[in-house]
Design a protein around this ligand. Structure first.
Ligand SMILES: NC(=O)c1ccc[n+]([C@@H]2O[C@H](COP(=O)([O-])OP(=O)(O)OC[C@H]3O[C@@H](n4cnc5c(N)ncnc54)[C@H](OP(=O)(O)O)[C@@H]3O)[C@@H](O)[C@H]2O)c1
Length: 227
């Protein structure tokens, strides 16, 4: 993706273009778990647009969120995951409208995505703060709200879990821990509850893949306070 854009840049430099539009992705702007390579390529596109503008050439890089109705994100599993994370599919008519506005706008690189910050921001900032997205009032409010809400297993330092384990026999502690792992796995996999996660079943057989594994790791780290 990066090389294709670079070739187009080089091959059209001597032309007087009305527009030079790059289809970037929110993966480069916000980061998407498991897509480090794709994120880098898209960040490269954004930087290329900046460089062209600085050189007085036409350039617009749009970091799109996932589009509805066709394209690489229009797969049920991808859409389901994104949706759960607060990233909604972008309706094509709105996308086209945004495209028209973006071309010729003062900034060469912009993001266009339908994001519900209430769902997106708390997990995004779970392992470290993000001054970048928390500069958005909706995102900051969501993060503060999530921090205030008392969670069943505590807020990320494992204190809730420690409290639950204190005073139990080793066998009871193991039962509580197992229940917690099953509950976390059920949450990540979109199952109804811990009972849907048989304790003896391998994570892979339950449907955990590289992306959900990262999510599960984060959820467990938050519940236990152990990274
Ligand atoms: N869809 C989204 O939600 C979304 C969100 C953010 C960013 N984007 C970006 O938007 C762009 C288009 O996405 P899409 O969803 O429309 O993808 P897509 O449905 O997979 O279509 C990709 C298109 O690129 C063509 N292509 C792939 N490799 C090529 C190559 N080496 N040379 C020439 N053409 C090539 C394919 O041609 P063939 O059909 O002949 O293989 C196909 O027409 C991508 O850069 C993607 O990163 C998409």
């Amino acid at each position: 993706k990066a090389l294709g854009a670079l070739h187009l840049d080089e091959l059209t430099r001597d032309r007087d273009l009305d527009a030079f539009v790059l289809f970037s992705s929110i993966a480069g702007t916000l980061g998407t778990s498991g897509q480090g390579n794709y994120a880098a390529a898209n960040a490269f596109l954004d930087a290329l647009a900046e460089r062209r503008r600085t050189a007085g050439l036409a350039a617009t890089s749009i970091a799109w969120g996932p589009w509805a109705d066709g394209g690489m994100a229009d797969e049920e599993i991808v859409a389901w995951r994104m949706h759960r994370g607060g990233v909604l599919p972008l309706q094509p008519d709105l996308g086209i409208l945004a495209l028209q506005r973006a071309v010729g706008a003062p900034r060469p690189a912009i993001m266009v995505a339908d994001i519900h910050w209430g769902e997106y921001a708390p997990p995004f900032t779970m392992t470290r703060p993000s001054p970048f997205i928390e500069s958005l009032p909706e995102a900051r409010a969501a993060v503060e709200g999530a921090g205030a809400a008392s969670e069943r297993f505590g807020r990320g330092d494992g204190s809730g879990l420690r409290h639950q384990l204190t005073g139990l026999t080793p066998a009871e502690q193991e039962r509580v821990l197992l229940e917690m792992v099953r509950l976390c796995a059920a949450g990540v996999l979109g199952y109804s509850g811990a009972s849907a996660v048989p304790a003896e079943r391998a994570f892979r057989d339950l449907g955990v893949d590289s992306l959900t594994a990262v999510e599960l790791r984060g959820t467990l780290a938050m519940a236990t306070g152990v990274p």
